[in-house]
Write a protein that binds this ligand. Structure first.
Ligand SMILES: Cc1ncc(COP(=O)(O)OP(=O)(O)O)c(N)n1
Ligand SMILES: Cc1nc(C(=O)O)sc1CCOP(=O)(O)O
Ligand SMILES: [Mg+2]
Length: 220
């Protein structure tokens, strides 16, 4: 089977504190897309529904121009609304408290990307794989400024999770100086917030992360 292009590479995640208004959000995401992303996740923990709809629909259009899927964090209803509005390459990321894969698939369609947080636990990955997840996210692997409270995970998980046959995402404190480590440990996709959006010039940051990601993993 030919792997879809989104299954390897860099996965950028937005943050409403770092990208605090529409202009910053859209220009930073455009720059990151120009640098070369496999996936972009819209992560906004506010309860401002009007803002979330406005920003997510604009990002969906910008991602479509780069042929990059947009993943909506937590919110299946928002993803469903975007799909109804014609944004077909919109998926969802679910944490352990964010609902079930089968329900998301039922609402969003069988081909939709539905990613699942598995923290540092293979049994969560096994369950997510059995329920039909599109990718398995593990972390955090390093100290994270964005989510310091995230529980730590061991790098050896990434190799062990190969048996599920799904793309493995590594997240948490990943930056230019450690991205090769998670790649070598088996990550197919590497997710980052601060390393991409935590300073000037997201395009150069993404290019540099991609350059360091290019080394093949030992288990590929
Ligand atoms: C790619 C990716 N991996 C993990 C997470 C974390 O999801 P969750 O545990 O639901 O926590 P919040 O992001 O909702 O705070 C993620 N968003 N993306
Ligand atoms: C949203 C999120 N989830 C995590 C997990 O471990 O589940 S770590 C994290 C934050 C990732 O941001 P940064 O790249 O800035 O560390
Ligand atoms: Mg969540």
């Amino acid at each position: 089977m030919i792997e879809p292009e989104w299954t390897r590479g860099l996965y950028a995640i937005t943050d409403e504190a770092l990208l605090s208004d529409d202009q910053r959000l859209f220009s930073a995401c455009d720059a990151a897309l120009r640098g070369g992303l496999a996936l972009l996740q819209y992560r906004d923990k506010s309860d401002d529904g009007e803002k979330r709809w406005r920003q997510a629909s604009e990002l969906a259009a910008r991602c479509a121009a780069f042929d990059v899927p947009l993943i909506i964090n937590d919110d299946v209803a928002l993803a469903a609304r975007l799909r109804s509005a014609g944004h077909q390459r919109v998926g969802v990321h679910l944490g352990q408290q964010d609902g079930h894969v089968d329900e998301a698939r039922y609402r969003l369609g069988p081909m939709t990307i539905v990613g699942v947080t598995c923290h540092g636990r293979l049994e969560l990955a096994e369950r997510a794989a059995a329920e039909g997840a599109s990718y398995l996210a593990f972390g955090r692997f390093f100290a994270s400024r964005t989510k310091p409270s995230a529980s730590p995970a061991s790098l050896s998980l990434l190799g062990e999770a190969k048996r599920f046959g799904l793309p493995r995402v590594a997240i948490g404190g990943i930056a230019a100086d450690n991205i090769a480590t998670v790649r070598q440990a088996g990550a197919d996709l590497v997710a980052a917030v601060d390393a991409i959006f935590g300073g000037e010039d997201p395009e150069s940051r993404v290019s540099e992360l991609n350059r360091r990601l290019a080394a093949p993993a030992l288990d590929s």
